[in-house]
Ligand binder design. Sequence first.
Ligand code: PCA
Length: 325
Amino acid sequence: MKLVAKMIAGSLALTFAAGVASAGEKWDMPMAYNDGNFHTKNGKLFAEAVTACTGGELEITVHGGGSLFKGNEIKRAVQTGQAQIGERILSAHQNENAVFGFDSVPFMATSFEDSEKLKQAANDTLNAVLAKQNLVMLYSVPWPPQGLYFKKEVNAVADMKGIKFRSYNAATGRLAELSGMLPVQIEAAELVQALATGVADSFISSGSTGYDKKVWEHLSHFYDTQAWLPRNTVFANKKAFEALPAQSQNCLKSSGMLASAAGTARSEQLTGWYLTELAANGMAVAAPSDQLKADLQAIGATMSSEWTEAAGADGKAIVDAYKGM
Ligand code: PCA
């Protein structure tokens, strides 16, 4: 018996030691949006796919809802290695480099198909910019098309004058300014509070965020302007990425490709459903009036030339590649 006990103890110790020796690398993945959000769910599936692909060599823990780092902290956290991987709406960093705003130029790419083309067109430029910031892009997924939320009927930009408007990046702030509104930049995690306390009475976003945040409790009108499809991008710290064995790097890349396809399909599939839910919860959901459309197109033209100028040669390369597709 003694011998058997010893053998068992011995083999347990060996198993334990082997377990410890092969216990893989552990990465934290901060994400800004709530756990129920489709990007966050997709990010969790991506993390599971990486663990499976690497046979446990690389385990990624997703921290949703800004619980590890707030939305506006995530990019810096990954650049500096406080987190090894994370997701961010890169257009919120277009003040650093206008290229990050490539997906938020009004009416440049307004369908899922065009959004995908624009992404391909921007890929090389974006990779180069991110590499200089110690980041490696793994995948990105578009939000559904952006529409306007208000507390009242709006039929023209003139109706927006003086309204407090929640923005999520420089482009949305600029759109507000050009329509005579008063922008204040607020992360999605704080959107409900801003609406409840009257810090903002309107915003531009997808049906997804309107649904996630139950905005019908505060606002009444949604105009499906389909202005653009901003992307959430998942990127890793470049040094951490390059320190991984080749197999893990390949798993991150291939799982990223899958997550990009799956997330994009989900976004498109849910687009109409979100709007149905807004309406089912009492919101007036409508296409913009001809006047509002024309007004927004004019603002879009201004913003488009402003962006092209700010993004210089990099911006031109993206637009030329996109138009040539
Ligand atoms: N939802 C995010 C960004 C774009 C979107 O559709 C938000 O409103 O913060």
